[in-house]
Design a protein around this ligand. Sequence first.
Ligand code: NAP
Length: 454
Amino acid sequence: MNGPPPPPHSLRVAVVGAGPAGIYTAEALATQDRVPVVVDVLDRMPTPYGLVRYGVAPDHPRIKSVVTTLQEILQLASVRFLGELEVGGNVTTDELLQHYDAVVYATGACVDQKLAIPGEELPGSYAATDFVSWYSGHPDAVQPFSLDVRSVAVVGVGNVAVDVARMLTKRPEDLAATDLPVPVIKALRASTVQEVFLLGRRGPEHAKFTSKELRELGELDDVDVRLNSADLDVRDTDVPRAAQPNLRMLRSWVGKEAAAAPRQLNLRFWSRPLRVLGKGRVEALRVERTYLDEQNRLRGSGDVEDLPVQLVLRAVGYRSVPVKGVPFDKVRGVVPHLDGRVLDPAGQIRPGEYVAGWLKRGPSGVIGTNRLCAVETVNQLLEDLCSPGSHRRSLDSPLEELLATRHSPPSTWAGWLAIDAAEQERGQAGGRDREKIADWPTLRELSRGARPEG
Ligand code: NAP
């Protein structure tokens, strides 16, 4: 707890997940005036901020600056951050329910969707989330990326695809001031990538990227953006209002090819991947030209082409993973709920359990969308636990008494501050604000108060 001890009748709430959804949930709880509350925000990482730290691109400091607000919330007197606690791992949902009046699950959506095409498992074919985790310095990143390839296909035309295409084509010197770990900067400097294909399976009017993110692609130095003008041949009346700025921008780029640029970014629409080709590793991606039939179903035209690429990154959406012991709708990839109250498989409300963020709504919307979502969930929680006649369970002792009996206690806010300070120190030594620490041993040593050697 950041402040004095809470009144004994305070509502005790555990929020699982210290990303924006979890932190905004803590804010909605801590700033209401119906009942005194204490909130523990749990995360499996010793670092807070979820996808703001490990998903937002390093060259998007304005988006990352939301951290200032999130930090203020985690420092509120009634809020506490507990790191290195994995629900379903070193603590169970039953244990949380024994120690808190309510548990709010807000673990987000952090694994990738698959393409489900042959060859997808070949070396050289990865999820964009793997690439993002690597350049974001996530200590669980599956592998280091070596960019000693000529051509890359990025499948999907959402904002993640745009982030990845930009990171692959941006001049390394334009990323030097960011918080990228040093090995990532070195790999980007050594990159031999000359050509990136960004592939949309439908038209530009259906693309999910936002205009701000698209505009950045057109502003990259030393990058020649290429489009097929036939892809943009769509009647204005068929273009949804929200997509009109994107289409105008794309049209304005046609014919502006900068032939001498060292890197080429090819935006292709109406192209769906059919198969990843290669003997032992990726050598090409077979794509088929598509169209929408009269029922608006996506159809293949039979017109195929093999793009000679050596790396395929699928950026076709995130997916939530189930929290052990919590109901999960595998088809929709969310926890079934009624306005944030968790429902069991029979559709009955599970008392004391709530859900917020991408685990509740699916992976869509901007960071701020989570604030409204959290408020909705917290309103239900307060309605259930603070209305006249509502019943609160008698709880076991605070969670830390249970955790003290465990091999490894959780890390704390002070532990995060030690990591934060060490990252800033490293960054400043290299002339930038921060350098991410990307390995578990160092993160653990710092979060436990011991400065690593050297
Ligand atoms: P997304 O916005 O849902 O985009 C997914 C893309 O993948 C769509 O173009 C989709 O096409 C395509 N796709 C899906 N399945 C496919 C398949 N089997 N084959 C080919 N293409 C397929 O997902 P996202 O890019 O992962 O972004 C997730 C959320 O994070 C979004 O809300 C996004 O705005 C947000 N985000 C924001 C930023 C930012 O603000 N800078 C950065 C990153 C992420 P269809 O439309 O045809 O399905």
